[in-house]
Design a protein around this ligand. Structure first.
Ligand SMILES: [Fe+2]
Length: 523
C-alpha cells in the first residue's frame, strides 16, 4: 500500500511512496504558481480542504492511488490562526505519524546518496527540532542526532537583503525574505571582505537575530562599523556590495566554527549539507574545494524537500533514490494539440534546435516531468548560446527582467566539465560554483560571473538523454559544449507548470523559440 507525506509550511510539498519508491513530489508552489507557497501561509484557511482535495485528485489521476497506509506530517508546520490543521480530517490514511523537521532534511540528503555512512549538517531558519543540527549516519539503517546548536544562520543572512538597494525590495522580511539569499550571493561577488568588520558580522550571526530583534541588532552592528542600517535609506554601490561580501564570509566562518570539531572527529565520513542554508553555493563550494572528503548537497535541500525526506526516512533505500525529475507533470496537458494547431507548432527536430541556439535564438523548453527542487535542470528551462554577443544583457532586459547583477548558469556534459571549469565530478543540481577556466571566460561571458565563477550543471546521457544529446548537437554548430540554462517561469513565479504559462512568456517577451513536449514553435 502507498504512503503519503505532507509538509505545510513555506515551500510546502506532498510526496507519495509506492512499493518502496518515491514516485512523486508535488511542490505546492508549482501547483498554485505562487513562489515558495505554504499550505498554512499565503492562502485563506478555508481554502485548505479544496487544495488538499485537488492534490489528492492529482495523485489519483496520475498514479491511481486513492488511500494511504501512513500519512507522515509535521504537526508544527500546520499551526495557523490559533489552531492546528488536522491532516486527519482531509487525508485518507490508516495512521498518522508526526515527524521531525531537520531529521527529515537529513534523511532527504542521505538517502539520495549511495554513501554507507555520512556526517550530515542540517541548518536553516528553524523547525520543530531546532535550527542547526548535526547528524551521523553510521550505516543505511538510520540517522542519529549528534548535536543541536541554538544558532540560526538563515534569518540573519537574508536580513541584509532589506538594506541593500540593488536588491528589489520585497514584502515584509517574513514573506519576501526567501528570495533574498540567492540575490545576496550574486551581489557579494562585487564586494570585498572588510577585515575589521568581520568580527562584528560574526557576532551578529552568533546573536541569533530573528523577526523580533534583527533591526535592533543591525543598528548595534552599524554603530560598531560606522554605518546606519535603515531599510528606508538603503546602502548603494560598493558599500552595499562589501556588506554582502563580509556577511557571506561571516556566515561561512560561523558555520565552520560549529562544524569543524565534527569534521575533525569524523575525518573519513562524507559531508552532506541540507536545510535552506545548503542553497548557499558559495559555502558549498568553499567546503568542496577545501575539505579532503566528498561534499554532497541534494537538489532539494531547503524545505521543499522535507516531504521527500519524511518518505525517504521511512523507506531507508539501500541505494540512492533519484528525485531529480520527480516533480509534477504539466497540469494542462490536454491543451497541447490546440496550441500546436493554433500556433503552428512543428515536430521538434534536435538539429534545427541546435542550429537555432547556435545562431543566438533564446528557447523556452517544457518537456517531461518537472524538476523537484528550486533549480531548472533542462525540463523547465530557458536555453541559449552563452557565447553569443550581449546574451546576458539581452536575456536580462528582454526575457527575464531581473536585477542587473544576477548571474546566469551554464549546463554541460559531465565529461566536459573539466574542460571549461576548474571542477571535476558531478554538479548535477547546480550546488557548486567553480571558476570558469581562463581561456573560456571571454567566450563564455554570459555565464561567467564578475568573480569568474559559474553555477554549473553537469548532465549525463542517463540523467537527461534529451538535454545531453542537445549539448552534443549544439557543440557541432557552435564549437562549445556549454549552454546557458535559466529557469522558465513568469517573472517572480516558480518554474512553470502549465503550457498556458509558457505561451504567455513566449508571446509577451523576446523569447524566440518554444519547445512544448515534442513540438517546436517559432515566431
Ligand atoms: Fe528547513
Amino acid at each position: 500500500m502507498a504512503n503519503i507525506s505532507f509538509y505545510g509550511s513555506h515551500n510546502a510539498a506532498v510526496a507519495v511512496e509506492s512499493d518502496g519508491h518515491l514516485i512523486t513530489v508535488i511542490e505546492i508552489e508549482r501547483f498554485l504558481s505562487i513562489k515558495n507557497a505554504g499550505y498554512t501561509q499565503y492562502l485563506p484557511s478555508y481554502t485548505r480542504p479544496f487544495l488538499i482535495r485537488h492534490l489528492l485528485e492529482y495523485i489519483e489521476e496520475k498514479h491511481g492511488i486513492l488511500a494511504f497506509e501512513t500519512c507522515y506530517y509535521l504537526n508544527t508546520d500546520a499551526y495557523d490562526e490559533g489552531k492546528f490543521t488536522h491532516y486527519q480530517e482531509y487525508i485518507p490514511a490508516q495512521k498518522y505519524v508526526n515527524c521531525l523537521h531537520h531529521l527529515s532534511h537529513a534523511a532527504c540528503g542521505f538517502y539520495q546518496t549511495d554513501y554507507e555512512k555520512a556526517l550530515i549538517v542540517s541548518f536553516d531558519g528553524g523547525g520543530n527540532d531546532g535550527y542547526f543540527n548535526i547528524y551521523l549516519a553510521r550505516d543505511r539503517s538510520g540517522i542519529d542526532l549528534l548535536e543541536k546548536f541554538d544558532l540560526d544562520l538563515g534569518f540573519p543572512y537574508m536580513s541584509f537583503g532589506d538594506y541593500l538597494n540593488d536588491i528589489q525590495k520585497e514584502h515584509a522580511l517574513s514573506i519576501g525574505n526567501l528570495v533574498y539569499p540567492g540575490k545576496l550571493m550574486g551581489l557579494c561577488s562585487y564586494g570585498k571582505l572588510i577585515e575589521n568588520w568581520l568580527p562584528r558580522f560574526e557576532h551578529y550571526y552568533r546573536c541569533k537575530p530573528d523577526g523580533s530583534n534583527y533591526r535592533k541588532l543591525l543598528e548595534e552592528l552599524g554603530e560598531k562599523i560606522n554605518l546606519t542600517f535603515d531599510p528606508q535609506n538603503r546602502f548603494v554601490g560598493q558599500v552595499a556590495w562589501d556588506i554582502a561580501k563580509t556577511s557571506q564570509i561571516a556566515f561561512e566562518n560561523v558555520f565552520l566554527e560549529m562544524v569543524q570539531p565534527f569534521l575533525d572527529h569524523y575525518p573519513d565520513f562524507p559531508l552532506i549539507l541540507v536545510g535552506g542554508c545548503a542553497l548557499n553555493i558559495l559555502l558549498n563550494t568553499r567546503l568542496k574545494e577545501t575539505l579532503n572528503r566528498p561534499v554532497f548537497v541534494p537538489p532539494n535541500p531547503n524545505d521543499c524537500g522535507i516531504a521527500a525526506g519524511m518518505i525517504l526516512n521511512h523507506i531507508k533505500p539501500e541505494k540512492a533514490m533519484d528525485v531529480t525529475y520527480a516533480g509534477i507533470e504539466i497540469l494542462d496537458k490536454n491543451t497541447l494539440m490546440t496550441y500546436v494547431e493554433d500556433k503552428r507548432g512543428n515536430q521538434l527536430n534536435l538539429t534545427t534546435l541546435a542550429k537555432d541556439l547556435s545562431d543566438g535564438k533564446i528557447v523556452g523548453v517544457v518537456r517531461g516531468p518537472s524538476e523537484h527542487g528550486p533549480r531548472a535542470l533542462g525540463n523547465r528551462s530557458i536555453l541559449c548560446n552563452p557565447a553569443h554577443p550581449d546574451m546576458k544583457e539581452v536575456l536580462n532586459a528582454n526575457v527575464k527582467n531581473r536585477e542587473w547583477f544576477r548571474p546566469f548558469a551554464p549546463v554541460c556534459r559531465l565529461e566536459d566539465v573539466e574542460k571549461y571549469f576548474h571542477f571535476s565530478g558531478e554538479s548535477r543540481w547546480m550546488s557548486f560554483c567553480p571558476t570558469v577556466r581562463e581561456e573560456w571566460r571571454e567566450r563564455l561571458q554570459a555565464i561567467t560571473h564578475v568573480d569568474n565563477t559559474a553555477r554549473v550543471q553537469t548532465v549525463t546521457q542517463k540523467q537527461n538523454p534529451w538535454l545531453y544529446q542537445l549539448l552534443g548537437e549544439f557543440e557541432k554548430y557552435s564549437g562549445i559544449g556549454v549552454l546557458l540554462n535559466t529557469s522558465f517561469n513568469i517573472n517572480g513565479k516558480p518554474l512553470l507548470s502549465r503550457y498556458a504559462d509558457a505561451i504567455i512568456v513566449f508571446e509577451q517577451t523576446h523569447l524566440d523559440r518554444l519547445v512544448l513536449a515534442d513540438y517546436y514553435f517559432t515566431k
